[in-house]
Design a protein around this ligand. Structure first.
Ligand code: SAH
Length: 204
């Protein structure tokens, strides 16, 4: 079923073989509640509790491809959620730092990572709008929730040459890629519309 899913994503335009290999390798059904398990290899988003969703596989593959992950790259993920995207990044041999703002999901997914033997460098309960200054700079940053605007700390925490992939917008989001060209210059590309749950600001 995973091979079929990877073939489907390849048909939808995903070309990076390392990304398709990661999709072939990660058992998505284990990241879903058992009631959705049978549908795990459809190209669809599903609820994961706490009003959140596991992203559609195409979206995961599309964003991951844009990051251009290489082994040992330091990657920051905003929105741990089910941990599926984290697992795809780990499969690409990235050093992954991942932030989740919902306590329930943070706890559940932290336990799941341990159980499965997935070892992100850090799983953090916190606010992704701030990034992770103490571990910056990053080779790439991926935001897996819809951001109403581009948080400046995320741009500031990229290496020169680093890439930020972020869906920007409220009702609908435009997938946006920023590449840091120098200390002050960023190249920006807009790459089609998607629908994500919102990136929320912490009230506390
Ligand atoms: N990468 C996840 C996608 C989960 S949906 C996966 O593969 O399953 C997006 C996640 O972003 C949700 O879990 C949501 O709680 C989280 N989120 C929303 N706002 C956030 C913020 N400000 N900081 C960190 N995480 C946030």
């Amino acid at each position: 079923m995973r091979n079929k899913l990877a073939d489907l994503l390849s048909g939808k335009g995903i070309v990076d073989n390392s990304v398709l290999e990661a999709i072939r390798a990660v058992p998505r059904h284990l990241f879903l509640d058992s009631s959705f398990e049978d549908h795990a290899y459809q190209d669809k988003a599903f609820p994961i509790g706490a009003d959140q969703t596991i992203s559609q596989p195409y979206t995961v593959a599309f964003q991951t491809e844009l990051l251009q992950v290489r082994p040992d790259h330091k990657v920051l993920e905003i929105g741990t959620g089910s941990g599926y995207q984290t697992a795809v990044l780990l499969k690409l041999k990235a050093k992954v730092y991942t932030i989740e703002r919902q306590l329930e999901l943070f706890k559940k997914t932290s336990i799941f990572f341990k159980k499965m033997g997935y070892s992100p460098k850090k799983v953090i309960f916190g606010d992704g709008y701030k990034g992770l200054p103490e571990e910056a700079p990053f080779d790439s940053i991926i935001v897996t929730a819809g951001a109403p605007f581009v948080p400046n700390p995320l741009l500031a925490q990229l290496k020169v040459g680093g890439r930020l992939v972020i869906p920007v917008g409220t009702d609908e989001q435009i997938m946006t890629l920023f590449v840091r060209k120098s200390a002050k210059e960023f190249e920006k590309k807009e790459l089609g519309s998607f629908r994500f749950v919102p990136l929320l600001e912490n009230k506390n």
